[in-house]
Design a protein around this ligand. Structure first.
Ligand SMILES: *[C@@H]1O[C@H](CO)[C@@H](O)[C@H](O)[C@H]1NC(C)=O
Ligand SMILES: *[C@@H]1O[C@H](CO)[C@@H](O)[C@H](O)[C@H]1NC(C)=O
Ligand SMILES: *[C@@H]1O[C@H](CO)[C@@H](O)[C@H](O)[C@H]1NC(C)=O
Length: 457
């Protein structure tokens, strides 16, 4: 699982060029705008560390007695079911301070509420996704630390979870207070927030890491580089050293890989996307790089767990939330760029080329990391939270123009900025956490069975 040259140099086939151009226009341009809003000065330089190829484990941890956990469920495909009856656990007022303002749709005057009323019914036989139960989730993570690592969609999912849990149990923001809202000066704090749930000794945190591995984001406002730089062989020091203290880690990234970037591996340029160097514009695409970033981030978690003294080792669950597509339709600054109030009907929108490439790579890397962790006896379970298809249907759940407060207060507008990438809170991403609860539940059942097996008779 060491760093290597990307296996897949995935320049899209020529037939897709037109699509890619449309994609570039409808997605990249608005994303560039959003990401301009979100972009940061380069992070302060933490100590360098290299993710070297892990050595084969010499002394595999003693084979652990494990009662078979319940079968793994396939949540990736299913249907959305409308449910007026399901209780809404929070709203923009009750969880106001936790929600990034641009995603607090209700507080920004979004008038319709039908998008709050959909539940996911997975296709898999015997698989269900019940409404989120805060008491059950906190019981499962009692004394544990749940961390979200990734980009603004990871933060979106984290804020949803914190709101869902805080609807029933007190929470304290114990790190990252006083930051901005994530868009401007002072937002650095907000990108590394942490909440305590004292009733259960549980912790939920978020770590900003849009590439999962070490990378530098292009500088703001033309003061520096016009492209991102990814150091694929280097773990992101903003979260990797914390792995031993994290029990459940949820990785979520993808959209930042669409930007112009140069990719480095062991100091050498190994590729670029929308290549900025006029002397070498050999485009490699980003699919292979995204795959490698997911692989190396998971590898880092497994490696750090495996290196922990077995007596100090805590069982871990690593989850990858799969790629969640954007939904720009027509011009990104049209008032109707993502103005749907209902999800797509079954079959109306099949996952697109990029959705399949991104989520497919994630699912494969999850399976590979799971096998690797088992072979090393690292005590890490690795799971995919496969929301790509579900997310693709939820064109109704983005902030759209309500990324800004009351965008139509002055009457209709011809042009208005839209966010068709993130999710309203409350909103569709709450469903991701309903599925996460089921994934955690299955993992905890296995871990608790271990505890039973290892306790004296
Ligand atoms: C939001 O939730 C709070 C607390 O549960 C409640 O008092 C308030 O009426 C809710 N607001 C809306 C608009 O539903
Ligand atoms: C990323 O790598 C660069 C170049 O080696 C290094 O200077 C920097 O400290 C690293 N940053 C993080 C956050 O890991
Ligand atoms: C150009 O960059 C690619 C990677 O993007 C590299 O494989 C190739 O060797 C480079 N060519 C030259 C002439 O530097």
């Amino acid at each position: 699982m060491g760093a290597s040259t990307p296996r897949h140099h995935s320049t899209p086939p020529p037939l897709l060029t037109k699509r890619i151009l449309a994609f570039a226009f409808y997605v990249l341009v608005p994303l560039a705008l959003l990401h301009y809003l979100l972009s940061l000065p380069p992070p302060p330089p933490p100590p360098t560390s290299t993710l070297t190829a892990p050595k084969p484990q010499q002394q595999p941890a003693a084979a652990r007695k494990r009662a078979p956990p319940p079968p793994r469920c396939d949540y990736s495909d299913g249907e959305l079911v409308r449910s007026e009856a399901a209780p809404l656990l929070y709203n923009g007022t009750s969880c106001g301070g936790t929600i990034k303002a641009g995603q607090n749709c209700e507080a920004h005057g979004r008038p319709d509420t039908g998008y709050l009323r959909w539940q996911w019914r997975p296709r898999g036989a015997g698989c269900t996704v019940p409404p989120f139960d805060p008491a059950e989730f906190l019981r499962l993570v009692r004394g544990r630390h749940v961390a979200f690592v990734g980009d603004s969609l990871a933060r979106n999912q984290c804020e949803s979870l914190v709101c869902l849990l805080s609807s029933a149990f007190p929470s304290q923001l114990v790190r990252g207070a006083g930051g901005g809202d994530g868009d401007g000066d002072g937002d650095e704090l907000r990108k590394f927030r942490r909440w305590a749930f004292p009733s259960h000794g549980a912790t939920v945190s978020v770590f900003w890491s849009p590439f999962l591995v070490n990378g530098t984001e292009k500088a703001k406002g033309g003061t520096g580089l016009n492209h991102n730089r990814l150091f694929l062989d280097q773990p992101d020091q903003r979260w990797a050293p914390e792995v031993p203290g994290i029990d459940v880690v949820v990785l979520s990234a993808g959209h930042w890989f669409l930007h112009p970037a140069v990719y480095y591996d062991r100091g050498a340029v190994v590729g670029c996307h929308q290549c900025p160097d006029p002397n070498n514009r050999t485009e490699t695409g980003f699919f292979g790089v995204f795959r490698l970033a997911v692989r190396n981030a998971l590898g880092e978690i497994v490696l750090r767990a495996a290196r922990t003294e077995p007596s100090n080792r805590r069982p871990k669950l690593a989850v990858v939330t799969t790629f969640s597509p954007a939904h720009f339709e027509g011009d990104w600054d049209s008032p109707r760029a993502c103005a749907r109030t209902e999800p797509y009907a079954p079959g109306e929108r099949e996952p697109e080329y990029m959705d399949r490439e991104m989520s497919g790579a994630e699912a494969e890397e999850v399976a590979a990391a799971r096998a690797d962790a088992a072979a090393r006896g690292a005590g890490v379970d690795v799971e995919a939270l496969e929301v790509t298809r579900l997310a693709g249907l939820r064109a109704d759940g983005h902030p759209g123009p309500y990324m800004h407060p009351f965008p139509f207060a002055g009457g209709e507008r011809d042009r208005v900025p839209n966010d068709c990438v993130h999710w309203c809170l409350p909103g569709p991403v709450d469903t991701w956490n309903e599925i996460l609860l089921q994934v955690v539940k299955r993992w905890a059942a296995g871990v608790d069975a271990d505890d039973d097996a290892s306790s004296p008779p």
